[in-house]
Structures are given as structure tokens and as C-alpha cells.
Design a protein around this ligand. Structure first.
Ligand code: GDP
Length: 302
């Protein structure tokens, strides 16, 4: 079983690079292998198709095959297309990998996603980043009344990163907590309010209704979807479900430290149409990085 995209593509590329003249058939054969490798790495089928079409057209359409090093040029086309698809192309907006603070404070950042995706941990990581890197005052509030002790968990993480959390009021419902958090953030003159919403085990209507209600009372500047990169195609399905229902502005891919394949990353931008802003790279609260398309493409290609 090949589950490592890098190894698989590496083999194709080694063969291509070693060749002088390439025929159109060589390119098509290579693309077939790349297609299998991408599918095995859990990249969504429409994404694989678009990728292969774009690369094939570029590789065969230009004068690549007549050049002195056609194999290397095909490899470069594949690399460029991967980077572009991950959101790092030349036309990419550098702001895609930053938080947007351009709103009247408190700027609201709403975190959404399924249970276990790493939402609460990521909320605390961002709280820390907002305080330490951006020098802004943040308040964090857990609206998660579903998962036992979720609110307590955010409180403990808040103490660790030294970012204030909204005091817990037992029995209060998510929308009311969001309203109270807004009031509290204004009173404290917080620059940023992070709302850690409740997840569910699966996407359902109740979850979406709750997310919409929270978004409508808090008018978030950022709505970040947190997904576990290790869940591959499931992560993509989750992203698909959220897209269109809630006004997403970006994606955070967690557990990138354990994802050797990168399949979810490749599909995510295509499916949501939104940038991957951050990558979670570990359990520690400083283990978060701006998403780096070039580096992830490099990892996929090996
Ligand atoms: P939530 O239910 O979505 O709020 O998920 P949690 O924030 O409670 O995270 C679930 C588990 O995943 C915890 O044990 C976290 O420490 C862990 N976790 C979160 N993000 C990452 C990450 O980027 N890498 C790793 N290795 N673990 C993570």
C-alpha cells in the first residue's frame, strides 16, 4: 500500500528527470501515476481532475517537450500548480495568511468545526499569538455547552497563555454567551474577541443553525473552520458542509505534525474557496504556524 504521496511522486519525478526527450505519451503516463498517487493520498476526486488537467495542458501545450530538459520542466509545472492550488501562487494575496483585524474593536474571530478537530486548542493558540505577536488585548469565550468541561478547558488554556476568558455561567445557551462575551469585550476594551463555538460529532442542522445564530449576533470579521488534517477526505466533506452555511473566511488545518500526506491541504482550498490561514503543528500552545503553501507542496513532492 502506498500511503505516502511524496514517495510515490518522487518515483515518477525521478523517472521524468532522468529522461532526455519526452513524448506526449510519457507525460500522460506520468500524469496517470500522479493521479493514482493523489487519490491514494485522499485528495478529493474533482481536485485531482482539475490538477491533472491543468498540469497536462501546460506540459503538452507549451514547448516543454522540445526543450533540453523536458522532464525537469514537467516537474516544475507540477510543483508550481501544487503551490498555486495550496494558495501560494503569484496572484495569491499575502493577507490570506494573516488574521484580519480591520474592523471596529472588538474584532470577533469565530472558530467553528467538529468535536475533536482541535478547535479549543487552536483558539488558545490564536489567543496567545494575538497577544504576543500582535500586542493586542484578547478575550476568549467558550460557547461549547455540548462537550462536558469544554468551557473549563478553555479557561485552563487561557491561564496558560495568559489571555482572559469569559467567566462561566452555568446553564447559559450559546447565543446568550456570545452576547455576554460581546458586552464583556467592549467593557474591557478588548481588541479581539475569540469565540470558541461548540462542535458536534457530525455536521447536522442543529449545529449549522447554532453557528448562523452566533454569527448573526456577533458579526465576526473572521470565521475560521478548524479541521483535522489526519481525517483526509472526511475533513474535506466537513469543509464542504460548512461552506455556504456559515460565512467562512479561512481554514486552520490541525495535526499537520502527523500528516505525511498533505491530501486534505490540497483539497481544502479548492472545496471551500477560502485560504488555509494556519497549520497546527503540535499539542503545545505555541505549535501554530502561518500556512506555507511552498513548504507543504515541497513535502507532498518529497
Ligand atoms: P475540540 O473538541 O475541537 O475543541 O478539540 P481540542 O482542542 O480539545 O483538541 C483535541 C485534541 O487534539 C487535544 O488533545 C489537542 O491537544 C490535540 N491537538 C489539537 N491541535 C493539534 C495539533 O495541531 N497537533 C497535534 N498533534 N495535536 C493537536
Amino acid at each position: 500500500m502506498f500511503d505516502n504521496l511524496s514517495d510515490r511522486l518522487g518515483n515518477v519525478f525521478d523517472r521524468l528527470k532522468g529522461r532526455g526527450a519526452l513524448s506526449e505519451q510519457d507525460v500522460r503516463d506520468a500524469m496517470r501515476e500522479i493521479r493514482v498517487a493523489l487519490l491514494e493520498a485522499d485528495v478529493a476526486l474533482p481536485v485531482v481532475r482539475r490538477f491533472i488537467d491543468a498540469v497536462t495542458e501546460k506540459a503538452i501545450g507549451q514547448d516543454v517537450l522540445k526543450s533540453v530538459t523536458p522532464g525537469q520542466q514537467v516537474v516544475k509545472i507540477v510543483d508550481d500548480e501544487l503551490v498555486a492550488m495550496l494558495g501560494g501562487g503569484e496572484d495569491a494575496d499575502p493577507k490570506d495568511r494573516e488574521l484580519n483585524f480591520a474592523a471596529k474593536p472588538p474584532v470577533v474571530i469565530m472558530m467553528v468545526g467538529l468535536q475533536g478537530s482541535g478547535k479549543t486548542t487552536t483558539t488558545a493558540k490564536l489567543g496567545r499569538l494575538i497577544k504576543q505577536k500582535h500586542g493586542k488585548k484578547a478575550l476568549m469565550a467558550s460557547l461549547d455547552v455540548n462537550r462536558p468541561a469544554a468551557q473549563e478547558q478553555l479557561k485552563v488554556l487561557g491561564e496558560q497563555v495568559e489571555v482572559a476568558t469569559l467567566p462561566i455561567v452555568e446553564g447559559q445557551q450559546p447565543v446568550d454567551i456570545a452576547r455576554r462575551a460581546m458586552e464583556s469585550a467592549k467593557l474591557q476594551a478588548a481588541d479581539v474577541l475569540l469565540l470558541d463555538t461548540a462542535g458536534r460529532l457530525h455536521v447536522d442542522e442543529a449545529l449549522m443553525a447554532e453557528m448562523k445564530a452566533i454569527a448573526s449576533v456577533s458579526a465576526p470579521t473572521e470565521v475560521l473552520l478548524v479541521v483535522d488534517s489526519l481525517t483526509g477526505q472526511d475533513a474535506v466533506n466537513v469543509a464542504q458542509s460548512f461552506t455556504g452555511e456559515v460565512p467562512l473566511t479561512g481554514v486552520v488545518l490541525t495535526r499537520m505534525d502527523g500528516d505525511a500526506r498533505g491530501g486534505a491541504a490540497l483539497s481544502m482550498r479548492y472545496v471551500t474557496g477560502k485560504p488555509i490561514k494556519f497549520a497546527g503543528t503540535g499539542e503545545k500552545l505555541d505549535a501554530i504556524e502561518a500556512f506555507d503553501p511552498k513548504r507543504v507542496a515541497g513535502r507532498i513532492l518529497g
